[in-house]
Design a protein around this ligand. Structure first.
Ligand code: NAI
Ligand code: MG
Length: 359
């Protein structure tokens, strides 16, 4: 095995952010020791804490550190303290800006149902069992960034916003999705609304060409977005990798995030071309439990595994973390959010258990 040097920026942020990010760092450190790598960690400010200290939710020093890093592990930003509507800026602005600064055009969200927690899902266990989907949502194009405007006034007023996709925008995310599929079960589903929308017809055409020319080995199909919304509820276990545009991805990934029954288990990644990727749990800063030592660190720990896989190319190391998480769940260990009223352990104890299970 080749040993690797990597510099990782930590952006703990607000609320439970610092508690969970620290557990992610400890897990990465353990992996480095076991597999003979050298990771250096540097903490930087983002969000509410950065507003308090500097007036800016994304100080330039943070941007510079992120740019020269190999990967970034983020906790969460925001909280009631910064919700004042008259405030000049908000913690979330830091997050939007860092994604933009780094050109992160793809959002990856694995939705994995751990069989050990199948009874937490709002779906029946026999339907949810085996669900393991990787969503790739296009993040910097589509209707959210299309030209918009208003015309007329009063009863005559109208508003519009256009969905725009270009060939290179579709190519790069479909390539990323197809490569991800090759590292999994070799199946890719593209979701669009090509029966109605012109940009979806372009998307479908470009995706089909990329798949045929560059990934003939990957099993590929297309599904309309309204049908996909239904399939996620009645046969979620049938999908492997799913790629879609910005708005469809926003809605479908939020729908899918409810399937496993706990936000505390779900990681995500945002990737660009070449530069560092940004890894984080999908949940927020959970101000209601901040500082209590009871937050579930597993989403952040699973985000750390994604960091190893997608930014550092360390597949065996990533898998070792995921196996360790499966192991502690099989051992019956639960934080309060997934305990369903049974015995629970705290943030650090859960991370300790994972660290001790990494082989
Ligand atoms: P949230 O995800 O922070 O919390 C929702 C519920 O889930 C709360 O009851 C919380 O205690 C629980 N929860 C979340 N993560 C948990 C974990 N790891 N372990 C155990 N329980 C957990 O969403 P909410 O309450 O809507 O937002 C709180 C703050 O977080 C707001 O300021 C919001 O803007 C911000 N936020 C930040 C995000 C980010 O940084 N990416 C994403 C979503 C919200
Ligand atoms: Mg959303």
């Amino acid at each position: 095995d080749i040993s690797l040097n990597a510099s990782i920026v930590l952006l703990p942020g607000d609320g439970i952010g610092p508690e969970i990010t620290e557990q992610g760092r400890r897990v990465l450190q353990k992996v480095a020791e076991l597999f003979g790598h050298a990771f250096t960690f540097e903490s930087q400010m983002i969000g509410g804490i950065a507003i308090d200290e500097t007036g800016d939710p994304l100080p330039q020093e943070t941007v510079n550190a992120c740019r020269s890093s190999d990967a970034i592990l983020l906790g969460a930003v925001g909280g009631p303290k910064w919700d004042d509507p008259s405030a000049k800026t908000r913690p979330e602005v830091g997050l939007l800006k860092i994604r933009k600064e780094l050109g992160l055009f793809a959002n990856l969200r694995p939705i994995k149902m751990f069989d050990q927690l199948a009874d937490a899902s709002p779906l029946r266990p026999e339907i949810i069992k085996g669900t393991d989907i990787l969503f790739l949502r296009e993040l910097t194009g589509g209707i959210y960034f299309g030209p918009s405007g208003r015309e007329g006034s009063g009863d005559e007023e109208s508003a519009s916003q256009a969905m725009v996709y270009s060939v290179p925008e579709v190519e790069r995310i479909v390539r990323l999705a197809a490569k991800a599929a090759q590292g999994r079960n070799n199946r890719l589903t593209s979701v669009d609304k090509a029966n109605v929308l012109e940009p979806s017809r372009l998307w479908r055409q470009v995706a089909a060409r990329v798949m045929e020319q560059e990934f003939p080995d990957v099993q590929y199909d297309v599904v309309l977005v309204d049908a996909m919304a239904m399939h996620l509820i009645n046969r979620p276990a049938d999908f492997d990798v799913v790629v879609t545009g910005n708005m469809f991805g926003d809605i479908l990934t939020d729908e899918a995030s409810m399937l496993p029954g706990s936000l505390g288990m779900l990681p995500s990644a945002s990737l660009g071309s070449g530069g560092p990727g940004l890894y984080e749990p999908i949940h927020g800063s959970a101000p209601d439990i901040a500082g209590k030592g009871i937050a579930n660190p597993l989403a952040t720990i699973l985000a750390a595994a994604m960091l190893l896989r997608h930014s550092l190319g360390l597949e065996a190391e990533a898998a070792s973390i995921e196996k360790a998480v499966e192991q502690v769940l099989s051992d019956g260990l639960r934080t309060a959010d997934i305990a369903r009223g049974g015995d629970s352990i705290g943030t650090v104890a859960m991370a300790d258990a994972v660290i001790n299970s990494i082989k």
